[in-house]
Design a protein around this ligand. Structure first.
Ligand code: GAP
Length: 445
C-alpha cells in the first residue's frame, strides 16, 4: 500500500530551501516575479547533480545515445510543422465573479470556482497557446517573430540527419538533451513544480517502426528504475498510462512516472510513443528527407520515436521532498533531546559530498584543515565552515544533506587523524588524513 501524501511537508521543504540557499524567489528585492525562481549556492549544486546523474545514465553509460545542445530561439517554421502553433494550448476559463483565471482541465469541479466558490460563474473555455513569442533583430514585425522553445525535443528532430550522419549511429539509437524550456503557463504554482521557465532532460530514441512497442515498455521501466536507484522510495513512485483524451497531439501512447507529492500523485516525467509524427512533419515542411535506409533489411523507413521526457527542476524538487526527514535525537555532545532535520539524499544527488570543519578558528587548525580541503576538493564538492559550535555546524550540514563531515581538532596536530561523522547514523570514525581519500571513495563512488 502507498503511504498517504503529507501536506505539511510542502511548507517545510519550501522554508528549508530559502533558509539554506537552495531556491530563492526570483527578483525578491522587487517583490518577486511571477512564480519564477533562482537556484542558490546549494540549489545549483543539487540541480547540476540531478542533470549529471541523468546524463550519466542516458549518455555516458550507453553506446547507443549521443548528446545535443540545440538553440532555444527557434523560427516559427519548426513550431508550425511540429503542430505546437495549433495544438500546444490549454483551455482557459475566467470566473466572472472574482476574475480569477483557471485551467479548465485542472479544476476538481468544472462548475465551481475554487477561489470564491461561485457556481456556474465560468466563461466559455478559450484555447490559450502556451508558447512565448519574441522578435529577433531591431524590427518588431511578422518576419522577425521567433519562439522560445516549449520543449527541447524539436531541436533533436530537426537535427536527426546531422546527428545520424556525424555520429554513425543507426536505429535503434537516441539523442539526449538537457536545457531550458519556456511555457506561458496559465496557473504556475506549487513552488518549482510548474513554472514558466524550467529545465528539461529529454531523450528521443529512434527505432524501427515494428519495434516501437518493445522500446516503449523498455523505457517506461528503465526510467522508473532511475528514480529508485537514486534513492526515491519505490512506494512513492508509480507509472500511470494516459487515457485516450489525455494524449498529446503527437502521441499514440504515453505513461507518466508519478511521484507522491505533498498534494498527491503528480507527474515527474512522461514516456511517449511519438510514432513517426515529428520526423514526417519536418520532412514535409522542410523538403528534407528524414528517413533511414536499413541496408541489412534492404528497406527504407521513417523511424518511430520513443521519448522519455523529464523535468530537471521538478525532479530536483521530488528528490528534496523524498529526502526530507525529521527525527528526535540527543544533542550531539550534550545529551539533551532535540529534533534534527536531515535530507537523506543519495550521495550522487547530495549538493556537497563532504564538509570540512576545523573545530575552532585557531590558526594552528587552519593548516591541516586547508590540507584536508585541498585533498578532498580534487574529487568532491566540499563545504568549508569554521564558525559556530560544532553541533550546530553538524545540524546545518544535515539540512544540506551532506553525507560526511570531517572535523579537524587539536588531536589532529598530534596524530594526523580526523573525525569523520556520518550524516544518517551520526556515527563517528577516526581516520588518518593519509587514508581519508581511500576511506571515502567507496562510500561516495
Ligand atoms: N517533449 C515532451 C514534453 O515536453 P511534457 O510532459 O510536456 O512533455 C516533460 O514535459 C516534463 O517536463 C514534465 O514531465 C515535467 O517534469 C517537465 N515540465 C513540463 N512543464 C513544466 C513546467 N511548466 N514547469 C516545470 N516542469 C515542467
Amino acid at each position: 500500500m502507498s503511504p498517504a501524501p503529507d501536506p505539511a511537508l510542502f511548507d517545510k521543504v519550501v522554508n528549508l530551501c530559502k533558509r539554506r540557499g537552495f531556491v530563492f524567489p526570483s527578483a525578491e528585492i522587487y517583490g518577486g516575479f511571477r512564480s519564477t525562481y533562482d537556484y542558490g549556492p546549494v540549489g545549483v549544486l543539487l540541480l547540476r547533480n540531478v542533470k549529471d546523474a541523468w546524463w550519466r545514465s542516458m549518455v555516458q553509460l550507453r553506446h547507443d545515445i549521443v548528446g545535443l545542445d540545440a538553440a532555444i530561439l527557434s523560427p516559427p517554421a519548426i513550431w508550425e510543422a511540429s503542430g505546437h502553433l495549433k495544438n500546444f494550448t490549454d483551455p482557459l476559463v475566467d470566473c466572472r465573479k472574482c476574475r480569477e483565471r483557471f485551467r479548465l482541465d485542472k479544476l476538481d469541479d468544472p462548475d465551481e470556482c475554487p477561489n470564491c466558490h461561485a457556481k456556474g460563474s465560468f466563461t466559455e473555455a478559450r484555447q490559450f497557446n502556451l508558447m512565448f513569442k519574441t522578435y529577433a533583430g531591431p524590427v518588431e514585425g511578422t518576419g522577425a517573430e521567433v519562439y522560445l522553445r516549449p520543449e527541447t525535443a524539436q531541436g533533436m528532430f530537426v537535427n536527426f540527419k546531422n546527428v545520424m550522419e556525424t555520429s554513425r549511429k543507426r536505429p535503434p539509437f537516441g539523442i539526449a538533451q538537457i536545457g531550458k524550456s519556456f511555457r506561458n503557463e496559465i496557473t504556475p504554482g506549487n513552488f518549482v513544480f510548474r513554472t514558466r521557465e524550467f529545465e528539461q532532460m529529454e531523450m528521443e530514441y529512434f527505432v524501427p517502426p515494428d519495434e516501437a512497442g518493445k522500446w516503449y515498455e523498455y523505457w517506461r521501466h528503465e526510467r522508473l528504475r532511475w528514480y529508485v536507484d537514486l534513492g526515491i522510495p519505490e512506494d512513492q513512485l508509480r507509472l500511470r498510462a494516459h487515457d485516450e483524451e489525455e494524449l498529446s497531439h503527437y502521441s499514440s501512447a504515453t505513461s507518466d512516472v508519478e511521484f507522491l507529492f505533498p498534494w498527491g500523485w503528480d507527474e515527474l516525467e512522461g514516456i511517449a510513443n511519438r510514432t513517426d509524427y515529428d520526423l514526417r512533419q519536418h520532412a514535409k515542411a522542410s523538403g528534407e528527407s528524414l528517413d533511414y535506409f536499413d541496408q541489412a533489411l534492404g528497406e527504407r523507413y521513417v523511424p518511430y520515436v520513443i521519448e522519455p521526457a523529464a523535468g530537471a527542476t521538478r525532479t530536483a524538487m521530488a528528490f528534496l521532498m523524498a529526502a526530507y526527514d525529521e527525527e528526535e535525537v540527543a544533542r550531539e555532545g550534550q545529551g539533551q533531546g532535540e529534533t534534527r532535520t536531515v535530507l537523506r539524499f543519495h550521495h550522487r544527488i547530495a549538493p556537497y559530498k563532504v564538509a570540512v570543519l576545523p573545530l575552532s578558528k585557531k590558526p594552528e587548525l587552519q593548516e591541516p584543515a586547508n590540507e584536508v580541503l585541498g585533498l578532498l576538493q580534487q574529487d568532491y564538492m566540499c563545504d568549508y565552515d569554521e564558525t559556530q559550535a560544532i553541533g550546530r555546524r553538524y545540524r546545518r550540514q544535515d539540512e544540506l544533506g551532506t553525507p560526511f563531515c570531517v572535523t579537524i581538532d587539536f588531536e589532529t596536530l598530534e596524530d594526523r587523524a580526523v573525525t569523520v561523522r556520518h550524516r544518517d547514523s551520526m556515527a563517528q570514525d577516526r581516520v588518518a588524513i593519509d587514508g581519508l581519500a581511500d576511506y571515502l571513495s567507496p562510500k561516495l563512488s
